[in-house]
Design a protein around this ligand. Sequence first.
Ligand code: GDD
Ligand code: MN
Length: 355
Amino acid sequence: MKLSMVIPTYNERDNIPKLIQKIQEEFKENKIDGEIIMVDDNSPDGTGKILEDLKKKYKNLKVIHRTGKLGLSSAVLDGWKIANGEVLGVMDADLSHPPEKIKELFWEIEKGEADFTIGSRYVKGGEIKGWTLKRKLMSKTATLLARIYTKVKDPMTGFFMIKKEVIRDAELNPKGFKILLEVIIKGRYQTIKEIPITFINRVEGKSKAGTKEILYYLRNLAGYLSYKKKVIKEFFKFAIVGGIGTLVNVVILYLLTEKAGIYYIISAIFSFVIAMTSNFILNKIWTFEESIKSETAKKYLQFGLVSTTALLINLIFLYLFTEIFGVYYIISQILAIGMALIINFLGNKIWIFNK
Ligand code: GDD
Ligand code: MN
């Protein structure tokens, strides 16, 4: 199989000669039939000129020059358009992604073990070096949000490979930074394999991820709901289970207090636990369609934790709306239940029922 690696550049003058040389060595040592497609957005630092010079040296190097900074995702898509390989790859130009891992990502596809491979920082053995705490937190948050849609541990990485067929019928959005997530959501594939990598923060040049990229990301994320209708279905089922739980709670409270003669505060504790347990079982087998046996004890504890947190959030919003914004307390409670429901659902979807 032939491999086409696309590498978008914007002001990467000091990184590309070394990167391209390393990739060429990797191709040669591992007998990979590969080409490199650089997509430069008219970098003011003269990256384009350096690429033209390098093109004379390497005959498997293609260069696309675009008119201006048109964005990372669209650069990748433009590169793939002229690719000859059956396998399409992407990596960053700033030496953050280890070229030594190209072979592993490629071989898994070549051997037929996967049709989609990801250089992952968030699987065992993967790592990030040199990021500030702020950048790490932002990456983690973005990653967690993406887990609403995918089990992939690192759907935000910029280093991955696919078989060409994966995106044959997909309409990929060229706006933004997160082309991998686009492919995960819209592509057609059987097996994804994540391979651990160490991401090393760039030494030369500056990161181009900014506020605009974050806003694009959030907008794209909302748009993915229409591709993943399953999430909407799960949300409604989850809400219904919540309703059933409330009913169970009240009925048991009544029965224990009136028929069994138990003090109502004690009954309330029992009825809460029973309702939570029935909610757990219903969500596990009906909402999220898991077998009842898989990791039941662990998930039950997690479920208890998320439920309690949701209750706390409910109370906090109830208080805020009523006391700070002067909303009538019944209306506050309706709003607060809505907020708590969404957070409760996300907690369940992202943390508990996402294996
Ligand atoms: N052609 C082109 N046009 N290239 C671009 C543009 C653009 O508008 N913006 C960025 N690039 C290139 C950079 O030159 C670099 O090679 C690569 O895209 C990644 O950009 P960086 O600026 O280095 O991004 P980062 O290090 O902050 O983010 C990386 O890590 C993230 C993981 O958290 C990227 O790999 C992201 O895709 C990834 O999500
Ligand atoms: Mn970078």
